[in-house]
Design a protein. Structure first.
Length: 122
């Protein structure tokens, strides 16, 4: 699985029953509870509370063509969609691959890899 979906939990055992006198650390990698970044949720909240308009300084509101082109994942076809950037627009700087797609029925979909796969927000 992509490391972006995993987090590391580290616990230092010193004084407890586990490793009491040895002072070593225990760590393990566990799945994160929510792979959708807060900035994507904030964008979703803004757009849905501002009549589909993008946040100031962001690109968005274009029609998303939900046809699977270039191997992208096809979303449910019971609504139409608009696409929004998750990162602010800075002239001359690549906008990155993160996008938010919002349906006319208010379903929100986050993609970190430019539409290849999606995670539903709401």
């Amino acid at each position: 699985m992509d490391q972006g979906n995993w987090g590391t939990v580290i616990s230092t055992a010193g004084g407890g029953a586990l490793g009491a006198s040895h002072g070593y650390s225990l760590s393990r990698t566990i799945p994160r509870d929510d792979p959708v970044p807060q900035k994507a949720k904030d964008t979703y909240d803004y757009v849905t509370s501002h009549n589909g308009n993008p946040k100031p300084g962001y690109k968005g509101g274009r029609t998303y063509v939900n046809d699977g082109r270039s191997g992208s994942q096809i979303l449910p076809t019971n609504t139409t969609y608009r696409e929004y950037d998750v990162n602010p627009y800075i002239k001359g700087v690549n906008r990155g691959s993160e996008r938010l797609v919002i349906g006319a029925n208010s379903t929100g979909w986050y993609t970190k890899n430019h539409y290849r796969t999606f995670i539903q927000i709401k």
